[in-house]
Design a protein around this ligand. Sequence first.
Ligand SMILES: O=C(O)CCC(=O)C(=O)O
Length: 373
Amino acid sequence: MHLLQQPHYTHAHTTSTPISPVLGVPALFRAVLRPPRVPYRPETAMVVLANPPVVDQIPLLRSPGPRDSFAAVPVVDLSGPGAARAIVDACERFGFFKVVNHGVAAATMDRAETEAIRFFAQAQADKDRAGPAYPFGYGSKRIGLNGDMGWLEYLLLAVDSASLSDACSVPSNAAFRAALNEYIAAVRKVAVRVLEAMAEGLGIAPLDALSAMVTEQGSDQVFRVNHYPPCPALQGLGCSATGFGEHTDPQLVSVLRSNGTSGLQIALRDGAQWVSVPSDRDAFFVNVGDSLQVLTNGRFKSVKHRVVTNSLKSRVSFIYFGGPPLAQRIEPLPELLGEGEESLYKEFTWGEYKKAAYKTRLGDNRLAQFEKK
Ligand SMILES: O=C(O)CCC(=O)C(=O)O
């Protein structure tokens, strides 16, 4: 039993409150959530929402099908000679790529996943003691402070240098903390190698021009563990609950790894088409963030992405977000500006961008207010 469901579902034969906008299937949605009033028969008893005010606000999405699968995800062999060129090409085309031959031991990833599953399997009251998520800790369904909701629970954790910040005691379990610290040290190395290869591919010197921003003293690194329980109530209805609503990541890069359950989607062609990323528990997926878009003066695009929950299987994901120190100026690197080319953006620091981002909804175009008109 996935504990996230416990406080929100009950079996009853009553009319439920509609969840929210169902994209593209309103009639179906009404039929499910406002069943005709018929005499009670146990076999028609249905799952209804006992705590609708929260779940009410989770938007539904069309369930992805096989035709939505994105077979062309660029794959970068991080140990191969062509990594630098392949990364630049993928960042220009999609702002997204998959990394293989990354050198992180499967045991490191498995240990972190096992401990995360153990954490989320605790009683809700125990998990709630690790909350709230802001600034850091456990959260459930509410993402950020501006009304975004998703069918997930998560841990939002601060990273100091290459491990969890001692200033935050969550998670308190020693085995979980040790597993996450081992994972964070490893994934951070992947982020550094990716950023170094990126600098090489872009022809920027020194090689650590980008990676130093996420490793130097005071760099703003965040780690997130997401758990998306299955949502069986929607099985076979053609729609799925939004796990994590569409957004771009504000930092330089994010490095994601998930269990074998798919759900991640990225937007192609400026958001005109959503495609599903086939899951690969042995690989990492890298997102270009807004800051990297600005550092490259728009040559790389931060990728819009979201998560659609599965009706039958849980998804567990780990995301390392590499951000610079608060005082770091986010502006195009001089080497990347052509003759006479000007920055597309106003001047700002990472601290200013982060402050502005906290005031926005997930799906807002946060960079818009920093663009030169
Ligand atoms: O859980 C995932 O796969 C992606 C989540 C995500 O985009 C995020 O936490 O920012």
